[in-house]
Design a protein around this ligand. Structure first.
Ligand code: G16
Length: 547
């Protein structure tokens, strides 16, 4: 039985010491904090990824180095399991334990303990594919990660600078290669070919979509969008904005999906670019989130967020399932989080089953797997559609009895190719939205009028210890600090259509407060009053109280 390469780990681990004063937590989207503090974490994740692969008989694990929508100085790392999904929850605990071992010796002990407890056969191969976004701290962190691979003897494939969804695609494509579940060629070319070919089939015979402006957040999405544009050719005119991936300080700065969603306004530099009625969308820093919007004739901004995307896409899929004559066999459902606008939940619940789960793609993804076709989107624009294996089989075997059924069946099959089912993918989702709009002959205006959003406000509160805030019921109720939920209830009752909840962020050191109400001023007031309660509870400085 081979032993752990203790000596190699020791030498290299000593070169990547853990900062003694920091605690790292594998949260909603992996480890995420200031890039300059993550060197030891990346080294250790290199080893952890190798062990995970050995545990899974040498299947390929993905490692993505990114901090997505966070500021440029942040960075992070997340692991991707063989089917292209987020790391299994039980291993998040191992990740946190390894990252926090205080010394090289303690780290080696933690690794040995993991090998024993998870019954890892060290004779198995370890295979990893890894990538990073465009952050300046990326190259140094990648080299720490590579030292981790070296220490354990991992066969590592460098996917270079690419988007999170492309890395997820590669992981699944590598692990399904040569099987009858093949997800596509395991290369970026395979990804672009799959998306563009299915898009072209889906819009064949429809009017060419109007020009779409894409705000690339000055991140890696700019590179991928440019590549995709070449594959799409003239099938859809795209104008790429915020594509500066090299100047310091530009990433996610006054642009990108998170800026648009939280500020509820256009990135300032698009003001002169967009024409009335024209559709535009924003990607985030690693291109897994998508936010659509347009300006009306009066120049007023209208946002089409993840909830609106879910409504548009779910209704279209339900319609195609019916047209294909598969209504009794294929059940479509939607998964949302507490951030979903109340109006969207009402709209969807009148049409199909809807489930609410905690924030974090992994929660939505798992819940969506329970439907034949599960549509999941977070309001922030992160989401996708999952077709269960049984559904995919029905689609390939079903024999349509009319030409109309045959057309709808082909649309559904092409959708399974267009949609990146491993994780939310801004570029794949953008093409999906454009397909549905082309089929329905909708502009942004018709899409937006599916339902009217309740005015809402999201506020961040900086507190001493966000872990003091604990929630239940899919984060809709606070159980700690004691008594605070009652005070929130008391406030909410005074607002017509009022709803508010408080939860600790898993990616930033803040507590988030969401509120909605029938009137804009009331939603704002409710959010700031609840934020005030949170701030007081956390013993914050009265001078910095949210107002
Ligand atoms: C990540 C997660 C999302 C989550 C978001 C915000 O997104 O993948 O599921 O909604 O963080 O999480 P929190 O409110 O806990 O900070 P991304 O795009 O940053 O990877």
């Amino acid at each position: 039985m081979p032993e752990l390469p203790v000596r190699a780990i020791q030498v290299l681990a000593d070169a990547h010491p853990k900062p003694s004063h920091l605690y790292f937590q594998y949260g909603t989207a992996g480890f995420r904090t200031l890039g300059s503090t993550l060197d030891s974490v990346l080294f250790r994740v290199g080893i952890l990824a190798g062990l995970r692969s050995k545990r899974l008989d040498g299947r390929t694990i993905g490692v993505m180095v990114t901090a997505s929508h966070n500021p440029e100085q942040d960075n992070g790392v997340k692991l991707v399991d063989p089917r292209g999904e987020m790391l299994e929850a039980s291993w998040e605990v191992h990740a946190t334990a390894l990252a926090n071992a205080p010394s090289t010796d303690a780290f080696i002990e933690a690794v040995s303990a993991l090998v024993q407890s998870a019954r890892i056969d060290l004779s198995k191969p370890a295979r990893v594919v890894y990538a990073r976004d465009t952050r300046p701290s990326g190259p140094a962190l990648i080299s720490a990660l590579e030292d981790g691979f070296k220490a354990l003897g991992v066969e590592a494939r460098d996917a270079g600078v690419t988007t999170t969804p492309i890395l997820h695609y590669l992981v699944k494509a590598i692990n399904t290669k040569g099987t009858n579940e093949s997800y596509g060629d395991d290369s970026e070319d395979g990804y672009y070919t799959k998306l563009s070919a299915s898009f072209k089939k889906l819009i064949a015979g429809k009017a060419t979509p109007d020009t779409v402006v894409i705000d690339c957040a000055n991140g890696v999405g700019a590179i991928a969008a440019k590549n995709l544009q070449a594959y799409l050719g003239t099938s859809i005119p795209l104008v790429l904005e915020n594509t500066d991936t090299t100047s310091r300080g530009k990433l996610n700065d006054s642009c990108g999906a998170d800026y648009v969603k939280t500020m509820q306004r256009l990135p300032p530099n698009l003001v002169d670019v967009m024409k009335p009625g024209q559709r535009a969308c924003s990607l985030d820093g690693d291109a897994d989130r998508l936010m659509y919007y347009y300006l009306d004739e009066r120049g007023q901004f209208h946002m089409l967020d993840g909830d609106k995307i879910a409504a548009l896409v779910a209704a279209f899929i339900v319609e195609q399932v019916k047209l294909a004559g598969l209504e009794s066999e294929i059940k479509v459902g939607v998964v949302q989080t507490a951030y979903a606008n109340g109006a969207s939940t009402k709209y969807l619940e009148e049409r199909l089953p809807v489930k609410c789960v905690s924030t974090g793609v992994k929660h939505l993804h798992h819940a969506a797997e329970h439907y034949s076709i599960g549509v999941y989107f977070e309001a922030n624009g992160h989401g996708t559609v999952l077709f269960s294996p049984a559904t995919q089989e029905i689609l390939t075997k079903h024999e349509p009895s009319t030409p109309a059924q045959s057309t709808a069946l082909n649309h559904l099959i092409n959708l399974t190719q267009l949609i990146n089912q491993t994780v939310g993918d801004a570029l794949s989702d953008m093409l999906l939205v454009e397909v549905v709009l082309a089929h329905k002959s909708y502009s942004g205006v018709e899409w937006n009028s599916l339902y009217a959003d309740l005015p809402n406000r999201l506020v961040k509160v900086v507190v001493g210890d966000r872990n003091a805030f604990k929630t239940e019921d899919a984060e809709r109720r606070l159980v700690n600090p004691p008594g605070l939920q009652e005070k929130i209830h008391e406030l909410v009752r005074r607002y017509e259509g009022g709803r508010s909840f408080v939860r600790p962020s898993g990616t930033e050191d803040v507590v988030r407060v969401y509120a909605e109400a029938v009137l804009r001023a009331q939603a704002d007031e409710l959010a700031f009053r609840v934020a005030g309660l949170v701030y007081d509870e956390a013993g914050g400085d009265p001078a910095k109280r949210p107002k």
